[in-house]
Ligand binder design. Sequence first.
Ligand SMILES: [Zn+2]
Length: 82
Amino acid sequence: MTAEAPEVICSARGCRGDATWGVLWNNPTLHTPDRRKVWLACDAHREQLEEYLRARLFWKQTVPVADLDRIELGERPGPFGR
Ligand SMILES: [Zn+2]
């Protein structure tokens, strides 16, 4: 990773691991349908974050962090934000 690359740290609480996955989600009661929120996940927490979102029917897609650049996001990624 170069010095210019933004920090990609896992969104799981207490984890400071390098994120390798972007977990895309949408809460239809808060967001328009084409809006995508992102949680970043390390290998260890990807499943946990996906499960959390799946249980609430918010989960949309999980992509490699490198692919996030190519995805239209409503705003910058933020952990557990709205
Ligand atoms: Zn993690």
